[in-house]
Ligand binder design. Structure first.
Ligand SMILES: Cc1cc2nc3c(=O)[nH]c(=O)nc-3n(C[C@H](O)[C@H](O)[C@H](O)COP(=O)(O)OP(=O)(O)OC[C@H]3O[C@@H](n4cnc5c(N)ncnc54)[C@H](O)[C@@H]3O)c2cc1C
Length: 418
């Protein structure tokens, strides 16, 4: 796998400003100089949560990419976010996962927090002193938001939260968690029954279970939070009481799906590069394996998927940046096909490497393990296909990208920016 910096391909030019291209170069340099040397150690010590890479990304101000300048951020927007996650994921999907996991709740705060809350929380994210997580998934309900069992009740002074959350990205790095809890009695519709709370990680009653490594993404933590009568003040409610479903869905569709799309894209690119390098250097019958027509055909398939995945990943976030009402289904589709295509290409890459693919020290098996991790979060394939079928059949859903188009527009304030 190569960490060699590369220029943006021409097909992405319509979506990239000069600022994006600079960020692209900076991300490539960072990935080569800081991430690549740590990648092998992250793999060799899966029980360790990688903090150093998080600190280095924070020091570069990259958690501030979607924080407005007014709150200390760089305000560079959705395409810039995709550039960072994509280019880092090419070298380490785990490092990119650390970045993207905090950028989902940052989106939730940006869209739903009050001005005072933004002034309090966002500068800390922007200066790198505070990482966040978003905590929705539960042991019984899984990804079904309507089944959330974590409760929050008001005791006259504080909200008291009890329940458990699992698979929470950056569970071990976050200084505060955006927790979705049930605040209404049984029978109240999910669109009014849930509320989002910011819960600082040092609140009494909150425990983060010991880090347990998963199949891949070694170094990234996606662990369990247990909340036992955790008290938080009214000020920690993000949005209105009863708006938790909106906070979770708005964050997931507008931020989570593009973020996971970018992680899949990075893995996809790494798989193609690893394969072409391998097949052009492994000799057989007086030439490289890459000369064999059957293998060229499969390389062609991989390249076709990669080129299409790139466009999907950048086109929808470009529309968001422009404040144009892109269809939520486009963000959903980019995440869905971005994963499917990458997973298929990684599988092809494994087969085209023969037994070499299985060597524990060879990066390809890491790509195969890592790509399994972009299927469940921010909507599994089944969930995405349900929404895509609804779109095809003309069945209405809240269109977050339209409803929040004004807030999500980043390029519009300065359309002349190079
Ligand atoms: C790397 C990673 C990072 C994550 N980060 C976070 C995070 O930061 N915060 C967070 O809250 N969660 C996070 N998750 C959890 C993720 O959101 C859930 O895994 C996902 O929502 C699915 O839930 P589940 O795994 O419990 O599967 P389940 O919901 O139990 O689903 C099991 C199977 O049933 C299918 N299924 C479920 N419901 C339906 C339906 N209605 N129709 C058809 N099929 C259905 C699913 O597609 C799946 O195939 C993360 C997961 C991973 C792997």
């Amino acid at each position: 796998m190569t960490a060699t910096p590369a220029a943006p391909p021409p097909a992405l030019r319509p979506y990239l400003t000069a600022r994006h291209e600079t960020l692209w170069q900076e991300a490539d340099a960072f990935a080569a100089e800081e991430v690549a040397p740590r990648a092998a150690r992250m793999e060799a010590t899966p029980r360790r949560v990688e903090r150093k890479v998080a600190e280095l990304m924070a020091a570069r101000g990259w958690f501030a990419v979607t924080v407005p300048t007014e709150f200390g951020g760089s305000g560079t927007g959705h395409v810039a976010k995709t550039v960072l996650i994509h280019r880092i994921a090419r070298v380490s999907a785990a490092a990119a996962a650390i970045l993207q996991a905090t950028l989902i709740p940052v989106g939730g705060l940006f869209l739903f927090a009050s001005y005072e809350q933004k002034k309090h929380w966002l500068p800390q994210v922007a200066d790198g002193s505070l990482l966040l997580s978003i905590a929705v998934t539960e042991p019984a309900a899984g990804g079904h938001i309507g089944g959330i069992e974590t409760t929050a009740t008001y005791d006259g002074k504080n909200w008291v939260i009890t329940g458990s959350k699992i698979h929470i990205g950056n569970s071990h790095l976050a200084g505060a968690h955006l927790v979705i809890a049930r605040t209404a009695a049984a029978g109240v519709t999910s669109s009014q029954a849930l509320t989002a709370f910011l819960v600082e990680s040092d609140r009494k009653g909150l425990t983060v279970a010991d880090h347990r490594p998963g199949l891949g993404l070694h170094g990234f933590s996606a662990g369990r939070l247990d909340l036992d009568r955790v008290r938080v003040p009214e000020d920690n409610i993000v949005g209105e009481v009863g708006q938790g479903l909106h906070v979770a869905q708005g964050s997931s569709i507008l931020y989570g799906r593009p973020n996971l799309t970018a992680v899949s894209l990075g893995i996809h690119e790494a798989a193609v590069t690893t394969t072409t390098t391998y097949l052009t250097t492994r000799l057989r019958y007086g030439g490289p394996l890459a000369d064999l027509p059957v293998l060229r055909d499969r390389i062609g398939e991989m390249e076709a998927r990669l080129r299409a995945a790139r466009i999907l990943a950048y086109q929808a976030v470009h529309l968001l940046d422009e404040g144009l009402p892109c269809d939520d289904a486009d963000l959903i589709n980019a995440k869905y096909l971005g994963h499917q295509w990458a997973a298929q290409s990684v599988r092809d890459a494994m087969e085209l490497h023969g037994a070499q693919a299985l060597d524990a020290d060879y990066p390809l098996q890491r790509l195969w393990r890592d790509i399994q991790h972009t299927y469940p979060p921010a909507g599994t394939g089944e969930v995405q296909r349900i929404r895509l079928a609804d779109a095809a059949l003309g069945e209405a859903h809240i269109q977050w990208s339209q409803r929040l188009a004004a807030e999500t527009a980043w390029a519009r304030p300065d359309p002349t920016a190079a």
